[in-house]
Design a protein around this ligand. Structure first.
Ligand SMILES: Cc1cc2nc3c(=O)[nH]c(=O)nc-3n(C[C@H](O)[C@H](O)[C@H](O)COP(=O)(O)OP(=O)(O)OC[C@H]3O[C@@H](n4cnc5c(N)ncnc54)[C@H](O)[C@@H]3O)c2cc1C
Length: 581
């Protein structure tokens, strides 16, 4: 019998449990305010020093962030963390994202560099390193990339050999473009262990043979140090090995999965800041005798900027909720002492690798929204936006990197489709829970009172269902036509990834709006407007690639329409302008 599987079942979360920025307590407000005050009072006033490479200022800010608990927000208390909930850590990550290069540095330190030790370290490694990393006393780096191994990162040449007699490993090689290298006290290094394959090590900065190259002359994020790491016959004790021999690739990729989601939060922080800066400027700048904020084209820009931020933020918070069970399972497994090291790495990595497609799509969506928003913010500034005296000019330079690192957006698009196809083969997705989403039998709109919001949600849900059905048909046809080679058909993969990303984005926005209907904040006040623009955007950016993919594999799809959004964008702009003083 022919197997028909809904490859979009990943969407079927119980939407009433979805994580959204609105569903928060006073404690969440408090930790967000702590982060906001740190950003506003401590980091941004020191941006010039940070940008000029003042390492003392950078280190002092790490210690301050550590004192405030902003590095280890969700880290267990016994390692110096605050052990707060998921929403708290999202709010903090996003807020720290407002600090540009400093935000990149601390994002990498508290994510991709700290997570290998938390999830794959043994108790001795965890208790030795994590408290110092959480306190900001020691800064960490993640060293994977090499000159000839960028996207193809698992094929680096850095080597490790076991010296049986001296009970140590000897590491040699060069890692390239390592964030924090100049200030790091510890590096998580990936090397090819003779006869075993890629293996991870925790390498202290003060080991003989460790050195750091000159600071790179980058286009942006100057507040985030970047340099190469040189390992010249560096001897590390057997206790520096992380996880299990030959399992470094699992560690590298599973923490990268989390890092991609965390990078989305950083990008959202930059996006939010750019919207505020652009709106404030639009109100202040006068041309033709009036503020430029009164011009329809400027207002429409602000409308799109805020609407896309809303959508990308909805997706990122929702994914965090979907990731949470896997992260919890990973931590439980990490603390077990009855598992063999190999089995432990395998199972922890597998738990962390739930929601690969969702993590990758958030990285792509948030960084591309960031690029769009900052570009438009420069445009709103006119020529002044091109002058380095204006913060938005720096943000424009800073923004370029997020589409390149943590897996380029091309590599992440491949990851989205690979994960969807393999979930399809497994007939289940790690992210799926119940079937009560717009893609399932229940309707978000049905629970709402009659009115504009309900009507918009009904229309959007109808289109979303049609998109999902169409997507499923196209994937089915593509798999039938290409088989396993589908992932090598990159133009098709790109279109499928974009269609999937915008469906997920639309659904996330609709869920957030529906959940906020009787709550507080912008998702309630402008729910119908955000839903309408999210719907139009999903059609604009998701349906076109879907139709192109359908045509390519010989499938015909109809019934995909979207609303007039011109009025909605003006209403959103009105809100943004009203909020910014
Ligand atoms: C400022 C900065 C900080 C960084 N920090 C770190 C760090 O802390 N630790 C670390 O380990 N690394 C770090 N990196 C490295 C970063 O992760 C890599 O730059 C990135 O993975 C891309 O590799 P690459 O630059 O060699 O590009 P390449 O892999 O050479 O890619 C070039 C182009 O080809 C495309 N491409 C490559 N392969 C494929 C494919 N299979 N299909 C389709 N397109 C493809 C890419 O998308 C890209 O557009 C950093 C880089 C920079 C610039």
């Amino acid at each position: 019998m022919r197997r028909t599987v809904d490859v979009t079942q990943e969407f079927h979360l119980g939407f009433e449990d979805a994580l959204t920025p609105e569903r928060r307590s006073d404690e969440h407000d408090l930790i967000e305010e702590t982060a906001r005050s740190f950003v506003g009072r401590d980091v941004l006033p020191r941006m010039e020093a940070l940008e000029s490479g003042d390492v003392a200022v950078l280190k002092a800010l790490y210690r301050k962030a550590g004192e405030l608990g902003l590095i280890g927000v969700d880290l267990p208390e016994k390692y110096g963390g605050l052990e707060l909930d998921l929403l708290s850590s999202l709010l903090v990550s996003e807020t720290l994202g407002e600090t540009a290069g400093f935000g990149v540095s601390i994002n990498i330190h508290s994510g991709v560099a700290l997570h290998p030790i938390l999830y794959f370290g043994d108790e001795a490694q965890r208790s030795s390193y994590l408290p110092r990393l959480a306190a900001g006393e020691v800064i960490a780096s993640y060293a994977l990339t090499e000159p000839d191994a960028g996207s193809d990162a698992l094929h680096g040449k850095t080597s490790a050999r076991l010296d049986e007699a001296r009970k140590c490993y000897v590491l040699s090689g060069q890692k390239q473009w390592i964030s924090n290298a100049r200030v790091a006290g510890v590096f998580v290094v990936f090397a090819q262990l003779a006869g075993r394959g890629m293996t991870a090590f925790v390498v202290d900065r003060d080991r003989p043979g460790v050195s750091v190259g000159k600071e790179e002359n980058k286009v942006g994020i100057h507040a985030s140090p970047t340099a190469s790491l040189i390992l010249d016959d560096v001897e590390v004790p057997a206790s520096a090995l992380l996880g299990a021999r030959g399992h470094g690739h699992r560690i590298a990729l599973s923490v990268l999965n989390l890092a991609r989601h965390k990078m989305a939060l950083y990008a959202l922080g930059q996006t939010r800041r750019a919207i505020r800066i652009a709106a404030a400027y639009a109100k202040e700048r006068r041309q033709f005798g009036v503020p430029i904020a009164s011009f329809g084209m400027i207002r429409e820009k602000l409308g799109y900027m805020a609407a896309r931020y809303f959508v990308a933020r909805s997706a990122a918070y929702r994914t965090a909720g979907e990731l949470a069970p896997g992260k919890k399972r990973a931590l439980d497994l990490a603390f077990r002492s009855d598992l063999e090291p190999e089995e432990k790495v395998r199972s922890v990595a597998s738990a962390l690798s739930s929601c690969i497609a969702a993590c990758s799509l958030n990285k792509v969506l948030a960084t591309e929204v960031q690029a769009f928003v900052i570009d438009e913010a420069v445009q709103i500034h006119g020529g002044y936006g091109y002058m380095e005296d204006y913060e938005i000019a720096r943000m424009y330079r800073d923004a370029r990197i997020t589409r390149i690192f943590e897996g380029t957006n091309e590599i992440n698009r491949l990851a989205i489709v690979r994960d969807l196809i393999s979930s399809r083969a497994r007939e289940a997705s790690a992210c799926s829970s119940s079937a009560a989403s717009p893609g399932g039998s229940a309707s978000l709109a049905a629970a709402l009172p009659a009115g504009r919001l309900r009507a918009t949600l009904e229309g959007a849900e109808q289109v979303l269902r049609a998109m999902k059905k169409g997507f499923d048909t196209v994937v089915e046809a593509a798999v039938a036509r290409e088989g396993a080679r589908l992932v090598d058909e990159q133009p098709l993969v790109r279109r499928l990834a974009d269609a999937h990303m915008w469906m997920y984005a639309l659904e996330s926005a609709l869920v957030r709006v529906a959940l906020a209907a009787d709550g507080r904040g912008v998702a309630r006040d402008l729910g119908a407007e955000f839903a309408a623009v999210a719907w139009a955007d999903a059609v604009r950016h998701g349906v076109t690639p879907l139709l192109e993919a359908a045509r390519h594999v010989g499938v015909k799809l109809d019934g995909l329409d979207y609303p007039d959004e011109i009025g909605q964008l003006q209403a959103i702009a009105e809100y943004v302008l009203d909020k910014v003083r």
